[in-house]
Every structure is written in C-alpha cells, then in structure tokens.
Design a protein around this ligand. Structure first.
Ligand SMILES: Nc1ncnc2c1ncn2[C@@H]1O[C@H](COP(=O)(O)OP(=O)(O)OP(=O)(O)O)[C@@H](O)[C@H]1O
Length: 268
C-alpha cells in the first residue's frame, strides 16, 4: 500500500532513484542512475535519442512492468517508499503518478467521459460535473470546450486533445505528472499553451518532462538532467546521467563538456 502523500513520509524530494540499472533482456539500457526529483517543480530530462529518458520516466510509474524483458536493479522511491516493494500495487502507483504521452491519445469517447471515465474507475463518488469542469479549467481547456462536452474527444484539435489528456490525468488527483515529449506533435501555438499550462500546474503537482526541445527545457524547467549514451563492449548502447542541476546552470555554466556541446546544439 502507498501511504498518503500528506503523511510524514512526505519530503521535498518526491521521486528518488538510487543506483538504478535498467535492463531489457541482457541489454543494459540505463546505468547507475541516482537522481532526486523535487516537489512542485518542473524537472526536464534531455539527451540524445536512445539515452534512456523515456525508460527512466516509465520506471517512476512502473509502466515498464508491462514489458516482459524489463528488469530493474537499485531503488526507486516515491515519498520515501520503495516503489518496487512487493506490497506496492502498480495500479495505485499509476493513479498517484500520472502520465501524458507524446501523441495526444484521448479515448474514443465524449470530452466529458474522457475525464469521468478514469475517475469512475477509481471509485470517485463526488459531483462528476464539478470534477469535469475543474479538471478542464486546470488544463486551460474549459472555455474552449464547455459548449461541446458531448462531442468526441477526437473531434478537437491536436493541441486541445493534448490538454484534454492533461485534464484526464489531473482528474484522478495525482501527485506527480510524467510527460513524455508532450508538445512534440503540436504546432508552435499549441506548444506554448501546453508550456504555460505546465508552469501553472507545478503549483499543485510535481512534473517530470522528457523533451528534445532545448528552448522548451530552458523555458519551463527548474531542474534539468542531461543524459548521454555510450557504446558498450558487447555492442549495446548504455544510457547514463551526465549532469543534473538547476536549469540555468545546465544551460549557462555546465560542468561537463558534453553537456555544453549538447545544449549548444553541437551534437545530438
Ligand atoms: N520495450 C523495449 N524493449 C527493448 N529495448 C527497449 C525497449 N524500450 C526501449 N528500449 C531500448 O532502450 C534504450 C533507451 O530507450 P528510450 O526510449 O528510453 O530512450 P530515449 O532517450 O527516450 O530515446 P528517444 O529520445 O529517441 O525517445 C534504447 O536503446 C531502446 O532501443
């Protein structure tokens, strides 16, 4: 059982990995990742393709459990609780630690039901109309859809669909929202709206975002982790954490040459 976030377990660090190794079969995808994710902040993961950013993100809500060949060594903590302990229910983990994916993926249901569905599944017994409105307001979408709540969630624009997915994630009252390149399929205006939204959401939630967009990381993230990938003797490609610091340090005065090269667009 996960204890309530309001209990004594709560610290300023919401998610923590300690020497986390991730394997897909025999292939070591991530090596010795030790990283603390602070509460009510936006933390960005950046780095070249294949360095394991999405893999790490999916470790935080145990989404990798669904992959047969996935195996983790080391620790992942959520509010000081070992997320991979035998008594932890992964479904409960995914309610507390929600996820928004790269491509907007609303359910083929009405806008209203996109929000209500997960809440009902989680046994929500409050005023559903109020929850739907509140979630859509928090996702900065209410004004645009309030007159068409019965329309399909697939009938609105891509940017609106992504905000609907964010509203859906919020509706089950999570603590953390993981976002895997949430704006990469959106046009520049929708991207800015999602970025503004992320900035507002950190008042209430802890946010971890994977992005390939350096400007986006520097605009919205408080903390940035730079990952890199190197070839192994066995012919694999192993991801590792190079540097983790406040975003302005990573972008303006990083310790490592590879970070400097990556953030200035000289590789990757
Ligand atoms: N389900 C899987 N089965 C086997 N290998 C996988 C699986 N998912 C990811 N990998 C491998 O793990 C490594 C890390 O992948 P991951 O998608 O986490 O990287 P990433 O940094 O998010 O990449 P990108 O920026 O391209 O999305 C890659 O070599 C990838 O091929």
């Amino acid at each position: 059982m996960l204890s309530n976030p309001q209990t004594k377990n709560q610290t300023d660090t919401v998610l923590k990995t300690e020497k986390l190794n991730v394997y897909y079969g025999n292939f070591l995808a991530l090596k010795e990742i030790s990283l603390d994710i602070p509460k009510n902040r936006v933390t960005a993961f950046i780095g070249p393709s294949g360095c394991g950013k999405s893999t790490l993100l999916r470790c935080y809500n145990r989404l990798n459990d669904l992959i047969k060949i996935f195996r983790a060594e080391g620790k992942v903590y959520y509010n000081n609780q070992d997320l991979y302990a035998p008594d932890i229910d992964p479904v409960e983990v995914r309610r507390r630690i929600g996820m928004v994916f790269q491509r907007p993926n609303p359910f083929p249901k009405s806008i209203y039901d996109n929000i209500a569905f997960g809440a009902r599944l989680n046994g929500y017994r409050g005023d559903m109309d109020e929850l739907v409105e509140r979630s859509l307001r928090q996702a900065a979408l209410w004004d645009e859809v309030k007159d068409k709540l019965k329309q399909s969630g697939l009938s609105i624009s891509g940017g609106q669909q992504q905000r609907l997915c964010i509203a859906r994630a919020i509706a089950v009252q999570p603590d953390v929202i993981l976002m895997d390149e949430p704006a990469s399929a959106l046009d520049p205006i929708s991207t800015l709206r999602v970025e503004e939204l992320i900035q507002q959401l950190k008042e209430d939630y802890t946010i971890v975002i994977v992005t390939h967009n350096m400007q986006q990381a520097s605009r919205i993230a408080d903390m940035t982790a730079f990952f890199n990938v190197e070839a192994t003797e066995k012919g694999g490609r192993m991801g590792y954490l190079v540097e983790y610091d406040r975003t302005e340090v990573i972008f303006q005065s990083p310790q490592e040459k590879s970070t400097q090269e990556y953030v200035s667009g000289r590789f990757g």
